[in-house]
Design a protein around this ligand. Structure first.
Ligand SMILES: Nc1ncnc2c1ncn2[C@@H]1O[C@H](COP(=O)(O)OP(=O)(O)O)[C@@H](O)[C@H]1O
Ligand SMILES: [Mg+2]
Length: 228
C-alpha cells in the first residue's frame, strides 16, 4: 500500500437529498483518506450513493455535514468561484454516462476543459493529442462523437478527464462499457499517470478486476464506507 502524502481527507461526511435534514440519508458517516500516487476503488450495490460521493469529492455537490480537506485545505468553505477553479484545475471527472458533446468531434470534446482553463491553442493541441494517445484513440481525433461506439465514448471521457493533468481523477464506472482488453488498457494507463504525476485516482466500479488493480478498495453500504 502506498503511504504517500495525503491528498484527500474526508471525515464524518453525510448527505441526504431532502431539505433541512428531512430527506432520506444516502451517505451517513463517510471517512476516506486518499494519498497522492494512489488508486482507490469504491464498490457497492446500485443506488448506495457511490456517484453522490464522487460528486461531493469533485465539489459538484455539497454534503449535508462533515469535513473535506484537499491537501489540508478545507475546500467546502471556498467561495463559489474558488470551487469552480478547483473543479477546473484539480479535478478530472469521468461521468458514468460519458456525457460527451454528441455534435462535436473527439478533439472538441477533449478540448473543452482546456478552453475552460484558459490554455493556449497550441498547448491544447499538444495536450489533446497526448491524452488521446493514452486511451488509444489518436486515429479518431476528428471523428464526430455521435459516431463512436459506447466503449470509444468512454475512452474519450477518460481522455477528457486526464487532459488538464488534474491532481485527482474521479471516475464513475469508467470501464462499464469496455471489453476486457480496453479495461486493462485504461487501468494500465491510470497506473502510469498515477505513478508519473503525483495524481490520485478514485474509481467507482462493479468490476472485480478493476478493484483488484487498485491499491485499496472500499465498499459503500448503508451510507457507511469500509475498507475491504
Ligand atoms: N438529485 C437527487 N435527488 C434525490 N435523490 C437522489 C438524487 N440523486 C441520487 N438520489 C438517490 O440517492 C441514492 C444514491 O444515488 P447514487 O449516488 O446515484 O447511487 P449509485 O451511484 O451508488 O448507484 C439513490 O437512492 C438515488 O435515487
Ligand atoms: Mg452511480
Amino acid at each position: 500500500m502506498t503511504e504517500g502524502h495525503t491528498l484527500i481527507e474526508v471525515s464524518g461526511l453525510a448527505k441526504d437529498y431532502g431539505n433541512g435534514g428531512s430527506g432520506i440519508p444516502v451517505l451517513r458517516d463517510i471517512n476516506l483518506r486518499v494519498h497522492k500516487c494512489e488508486m482507490v476503488a469504491i464498490t457497492g450495490p446500485s443506488g448506495c450513493g457511490k456517484s453522490t460521493l464522487l460528486f461531493i469529492l469533485g465539489l459538484f455537490l455539497s454534503p449535508s455535514k462533515g469535513q473535506y480537506l484537499f491537501e489540508g485545505e478545507n475546500v467546502l468553505v471556498l467561495k463559489r468561484s474558488a470551487q469552480a477553479q478547483f473543479r477546473r484545475n484539480q479535478v478530472g471527472f469521468v461521468f458514468q454516462s460519458s456525457e460527451l458533446l454528441e455534435n462535436s468531434t473527439v478533439y472538441e470534446n477533449v478540448e473543452f476543459p482546456l478552453i475552460y482553463a484558459g490554455v493556449s491553442r497550441r498547448k491544447r493541441a499538444e495536450l489533446i493529442t497526448s491524452a488521446l494517445e493514452l486511451v488509444n484513440l489518436r486515429h479518431r481525433i476528428r471523428h464526430p462523437a455521435n459516431l463512436l461506439s459506447g466503449g470509444e465514448k468512454q475512452r474519450v471521457a477518460v481522455a477528457r478527464a486526464l487532459v488538464n493533468r488534474p491532481q485527482v481523477i474521479l471516475a464513475d464506472e469508467p470501464t462499464g462499457q469496455l471489453d476486457r482488453k480496453n479495461t486493462q488498457f485504461i487501468m494500465d494507463h491510470f497506473r502510469k499517470i498515477v505513478n508519473r504525476s503525483d495524481t490520485a485516482l478514485v474509481v467507482v466500479t462493479h468490476d472485480p478486476e478493476v478493484a483488484a488493480r487498485c491499491d485499496r478498495v472500499y465498499s459503500l453500504d448503508d451510507g457507511i464506507l469500509k475498507e475491504v
